[in-house]
Design a protein around this ligand. Sequence first.
Ligand SMILES: C[S@@+](CC[C@H](N)C(=O)[O-])C[C@H]1O[C@@H](n2cnc3c(N)ncnc32)[C@H](O)[C@@H]1O
Length: 217
Amino acid sequence: MGYFGSLLAANLYNRIMPKGKTALLGFVEEGIFSKQCVNVHSPIYDLYDLQLRNWEINSKWDLGQKYDTIICLGTAFFAKDPKDFIKRCYEHLNEGGKLYVDFALGENLRFQNFKIGWVKDWEHEYAYNEYNLAWSTVWDDSFLDNKYFKFFQKCAHDFGYNDIKQAIFKEVPKILDLKFVKKYFTVQVEFYGASITWANEAKKRPILYILLTGTKK
Ligand SMILES: C[S@@+](CC[C@H](N)C(=O)[O-])C[C@H]1O[C@@H](n2cnc3c(N)ncnc32)[C@H](O)[C@@H]1O
């Protein structure tokens, strides 16, 4: 299954309503986005991605202009300094602009053993090359009450996880405190979770996506 299988894409992408001039961060082609996002009809997009060599999330990036909407899906977890990422998004948005950014838990990119976060037993998840490491997620204690989070928690029990919050803080090197995002944006949080068969394994692995929709304050 590729990133955002059809189940998750249907749920997540439909929430996104780009308005005005839009920057897609972590996209190499607009087709990936526009095909799956039913709310887009005549998109005006600029694409930014490591592979396009015009954006590196861990650099002091500057897009050279401001946007009405910034969309960053399946990519923000590469941020080693997620606070810096949020601040840069804020600076690149026009007044009242929208930020859509997601984070994941239980996403296993390279290694066989299931983990909640990105680092466990000396294995550090990466993608594209072994230096392009996954670093971050977002956290707020209110997540513990969410039904998708509870489902994720229940499934993770099968993999020996008893205290999910503790595991997240142990296995994810950089945790973005939702309170920090709220300093810059009015934020709505949505979750999508699933238990999926991964890499021909019989045992299903839970995966959780956390979508933040921020309106610039
Ligand atoms: C999992 S794909 C997501 C693609 C698309 N956004 C989507 O939702 O289907 C991750 C994307 O992030 C880009 N990427 C990976 N590491 C990056 C980095 N350090 N800086 C900028 N982009 C990066 C990859 O080239 C890839 O296009």
